[in-house]
Ligand binder design. Structure first.
Ligand SMILES: [Fe+2]
Ligand SMILES: [Fe+2]
Length: 256
C-alpha cells in the first residue's frame, strides 16, 4: 500500500472512519498475508456451497484418523454454515462490484479515452479492474457461488455513471473514481476484518486477493485525488450521491 493510502486509512480525520480499525489490525498481519499470497497457487478443494455427504464422511474420517496433538495443530477442515453463507455473499458482491467498476471505466474511456492526460490513466485503472473481475469470475466458479442476477443492470448502470460523469468533465470523472474507490476500499477493508477471524485454508487465498485489490482500489483513489477530483463542480453533492449509490449497490448485489 502506498504511504498515502496508509495515511488515508489510518487518519482519524480520514474520509472513511470505518476503515481505520480494520487497517490497524491489518498492518500487523500484512507480511504473513503477502507471504501466503505468493504461495497460494493450489486450487481450492473445499467449496462454500453445501458439501456432499460423501465428502463430509471423508472429512470425518480424516478427523478421526488424525492424532489428537496433530489435529490440534491443523486448521479446521470445514467451514460452518454461517461462514459459508457469509463468504458466498462476499464473493457475489465482489464479483458484481468489479463488474460495475469495469463498466464505469468503460463509460469514462468512451468519452475521455482520447484525452492525452486522462486517457492513459483511465486505461491503466480499467486494465486493473479487468484483472479484478477475471479473478472473481474464477473464484465464483471455483466456490460454486451464485452470481448476481442483476448483471445486465449493473453493466448499464456502471456505463451510464462512467460516461455521465465523464461528459461533465475530467474533474467529475475523477470525482466519480474518488467516490467509488472510497466506498469500495472501505468495503474490502470490512471484508478483510471478517476474513481475519476465519482460520481455514480456503480463506488464506481469498484474504490475500481481497487485500491486494483493496490496495489497488486505494491507488485508484489516490490517482483521482491527484488529478483534481475535488475540483469537480458540485463535488460534495456529486460525491455523496455516488457513494450512496455504491452502498446501495453493495447491499442489493449481496442479496440478489
Ligand atoms: Fe476493482
Ligand atoms: Fe478500482
Amino acid at each position: 500500500m502506498t504511504p498515502f493510502a496508509r495515511n488515508f486509512l489510518l487518519s482519524p480525520a480520514g474520509i472513511r472512519s470505518t476503515a481505520t480499525g480494520a487497517c490497524q489490525s491489518l498492518r500487523g498481519c500484512s507480511t504473513n498475508v503477502a507471504r501466503s499470497f505468493m504461495s497460494a497457487t493450489r486450487p481450492s478443494q473445499h467449496t462454500f456451497a453445501s458439501s456432499s455427504s460423501s465428502s463430509e464422511k471423508e472429512e470425518e474420517e480424516a478427523r478421526a484418523g488424525a492424532g489428537s496433538s496433530e489435529a490440534s495443530e491443523q486448521k479446521p477442515l470445514r467451514l460452518s454454515r454461517e461462514q459459508r453463507a457469509m463468504l458466498a455473499e462476499m464473493i457475489r458482491v465482489d464479483q458484481a462490484g468489479e463488474l460495475g467498476a469495469n463498466w464505469i471505466y468503460r463509460g469514462q474511456y468512451a468519452v475521455l479515452g482520447s484525452d492525452k492526460k486522462v486517457g492513459p490513466l483511465l486505461q491503466h485503472m480499467w486494465d486493473q479492474e479487468k484483472v479484478h473481475l477475471k479473478t472473481f469470475d474464477d473464484i465464483i466458479g471455483e466456490h460454486r457461488v451464485r452470481p448476481t442476477a442483476l448483471r445486465p443492470f449493473w453493466e448499464v448502470a456502471g456505463f451510464a455513471l462512467g460516461a455521465g460523469t465523464a461528459l461533465m468533465g475530467k474533474e467529475a470523472a475523477m470525482a466519480c473514481t474518488e467516490a467509488v474507490e472510497t466506498v469500495i476500499g472501505g468495503h474490502y477493508n470490512d471484508q478483510l476484518r471478517e476474513l481475519l477471524k476465519i482460520d481455514h485454508p480456503d480463506i488464506d487465498k481469498l484474504r490475500t486477493i481481497v487485500q491486494q485489490f483493496r490496495d489497488d482500489e486505494l491507488e485508484h483513489l489516490e490517482t483521482a485525488l491527484d488529478h483534481d477530483a475535488q475540483k469537480a463542480p458540485n463535488h460534495e453533492l456529486l460525491s455523496n450521491f455516488i457513494k450512496q449509490g455504491c452502498k446501495l449497490a453493495i447491499y442489493i448485489s449481496s442479496k440478489v
